[in-house]
Design a protein around this ligand. Structure first.
Ligand SMILES: *Cc1c(COP(=O)(O)O)cnc(C)c1O
Length: 375
């Protein structure tokens, strides 16, 4: 129950467990052709969705270096660990970074972006860069509204880390007008780590022509060219492509609406359960991520709770990052997670609190609230 690597279905594991095939073979081209269409379905886009061998950060880095140039002014949203990563990445490439911050646990304020964009009459801002679902704090940012403001600006791009929102909630790239969407296989895709995905709008490709940041392995030009021939510029992780096709086929059978509804249901259940046993949520009310629920159990050592849940029930919860270590634990409900998994995790947390003498409410109150929220 961590937000990545997430559980992988047996079907997907089995699809991977075959001998690799030649990446220039017709058989592999057919896999690339099918997965390309499936990826467009998942992103709700006509744009190119390119596959990189790497973790999610490779897709983030590709998004930056393929659309921007030395000294470009950008605005990064930062309300957690992954917002911080965007800031570090943009600075590493010498971009002129202005940071819009919110406290950890709070969402980014769309008005802050609107004001900065409206004031930019000489069109110096080249991109707004932000995290959709901030995994470190369990907060979902209002990407839809922020990307509307970017559109109104006219020339800036929206570059979004959708690593724990894609496959968990609605991220319609085309209708929201997002220019770059980055994601990774070990999150909502129900796959092992190893592939990352970067979707590029037409406007992002225009920017690619002008972009002068150094790039070679992550230059998306050759990826686009070879994708048109159902191929890749380098040797891709062939077996992970087998997993990708298998996982996306399962996702298509479930349907986007059903997938989003399931994640919303699990968020509601996790939130209701924690409230019922007196453990405060870390994310601001109404801004919880559909992928992960962060809990700040006042007066309880979150690391002791996590360790005990692991020992007694073999369920792994995520810890707090940086200054939140020991203060926060996080329940991942992303990807291949069912109602039973959530109920089991809640029961394990309750039982552990009870055994440590730390249960603040009635034993079973969390399960009752979770079950009610899922009905
Ligand atoms: C997991 C994650 C990433 C990518 O991390 P990698 O370890 O590079 O795969 C990026 N952003 C968010 C919000 C994440 O949760």
């Amino acid at each position: 129950m961590i937000p990545g690597p997430t559980p992988v279905p047996e079907t997907v594991l089995k699809a991977m467990g075959r001998h690799p095939i030649g990446h220039r073979s017709g058989e592999f081209q057919a896999v690339v052709r099918r997965t390309t269409e499936q990826l467009r379905w998942l992103h709700q886009t006509q744009a190119d969705v390119l596959v990189i061998t790497g973790s999610g950060t490779a897709a983030m880095e590709a998004g930056i270096i393929n659309t921007l140039s030395r000294g470009d002014k950008v605005i990064c949203g930062d309300n957690g660990k992954f917002g911080e990563r965007w800031v570090k990445l943009a600075k590493a490439y010498g971009l002129d970074v202005q940071v819009v911050k919110a406290d950890w646990g709070q969402p980014l304020d769309p008005e802050a972006f609107r004001t900065a964009l409206a004031a930019d009459t000489d069109k110096k801002i080249k991109a707004i860069i932000l995290t959709h679902s901030e995994t470190s704090t369990g907060v979902i940012n209002d990407l839809e509204t922020i990307s509307q403001y970017v559109r109104a600006h006219g020339t800036a791009l929206t570059i979004a880390d959708c690593v724990t929102s894609l496959g968990a909630c609605n991220v319609p790239m085309d209708s929201w007008g997002i220019d770059v969407v980055a994601s990774g296989s070990q999150k909502g895709y129900m796959m092992p780590p190893g592939l990352s995905f970067v979707a590029m709008s037409e406007r992002a490709w225009q920017a690619h022509k002008r972009s002068d940041l150094p790039k070679f392995y992550l230059d998306l030009g050759p990826y686009q060219k070879t994708a048109a021939q159902d191929s890749n510029p380098f040797t891709p992780a062939v077996n992970l492509y087998f997993a990708l096709e298998s996982a996306l086929t399962m996702m298509q059978a479930e349907g986007l609406d059903a997938i989003f509804e399931r994640h919303a249901r699990h968020r509601a259940a996790a939130q209701a359960a924690m409230k019922a046993i007196g453990l405060p949520l870390y994310a601001a009310e109404g801004h919880g991520s559909p992928a992960i629920t962060a809990v700040a159990p006042e007066g309880i050592d979150a690391e002791l709770l996590r360790k005990t849940v692991k020992e007694q029930f073999d369920i792994l919860l995520a810890g707090g990052q940086d200054h939140l270590k020991g203060k926060v634990f996080r329940i991942g409900h992303l990807g291949f997670v069912c109602d039973r998994d959530v109920l089991t995790a809640v029961a394990a947390i309750e039982s552990t609190l009870q055994s440590l003498g730390l249960h603040k409410g009635n034993m079973g109150a969390g399960i009752a609230a979770a079950a009610a929220a899922m009905n």
